[in-house]
Ligand binder design. Structure first.
Ligand code: HEC
Length: 181
């Protein structure tokens, strides 16, 4: 009888552990926002390694000794490898988020190294994504200046050579045509 109770406890403990454990991971997966789940699932199914053979030796070392060791503790490496993050600020923010997750023992030094690796890798392997994001930031700044800093902009343009002014005005118009409606 006591044997049965012990078995029952062991089984229920196991069930509880799996249930709560899975629930916790699931909850953490959903935490950022629900639409993001699709991207996370897609990224997860992509390649799990990066060919770093043409990267500088020090970058290869961070890949082998830190990235592939520490970022695999909670999810496959395919998540960071295929994610849409590319800009330095995105990686800096995201690695901090990973550092503060309970159970991760990523030191500040390791986080810095891994961040540098991911910035380097993004600038090579995700160059198109990076350029596209930088272009959007530039679009935003051009749009914003043409509204919020209109007087300053006009003053600066008036001092430019006519061809430079026309080129700049064409770019501003292009941004407005793209986003105004
Ligand atoms: C302690 C567990 C843990 C460790 C260690 C960890 N992660 Fe994560 N990671 C998660 C969880 C949980 C998620 C699910 C989404 C979330 O919470 O942001 C995730 C999601 C991600 C995503 C996808 C998020 C998105 O919004 O697209 C990336 C990219 C990522 N991790 C990168 C890394 C990198 C790089 C490292 C190594 C520095 C790392 N992770 C280490 C727990 C961890």
């Amino acid at each position: 009888m006591s044997m049965n109770i012990r078995n029952f406890s062991a089984v229920s403990f196991l069930v509880l552990f799996v249930f709560v454990g899975a629930g916790t991971l699931h909850a953490q997966y959903k935490e950022p926002d629900k639409a993001n789940m699709v991207d996370i699932k897609k990224a997860e199914q992509g390649p799990r390694t990066i060919d770093v053979s043409h990267y500088p030796k020090k970058i290869q070392a961070i890949y082998n000794d830190y990235f592939t060791q520490e970022c695999i503790q909670c999810h496959p490496l395919s998540l960071p490898i295929n994610s849409e993050y590319a800009l330095p600020a995105e990686w800096e923010g995201y690695i901090k988020r990973m550092m503060y997750k309970s159970g991760s023992n990523i030191s500040t030094g390791d986080a810095k190294r891994i961040t540098e690796f991911l910035i380097y890798d993004s600038s090579v392997r995700k160059k198109a994504i990076m350029d596209e994001k930088l272009r959007k930031i530039a679009d935003f700044l051009i749009y914003d200046s043409s509204v919020r800093k209109k007087a300053l902009l006009n003053d600066k343009l008036s001092k430019e050579a006519p061809e430079v002014r026309m080129e700049q005005e064409a770019k501003i118009k292009e941004v407005h045509d793209k986003y105004d409606h």
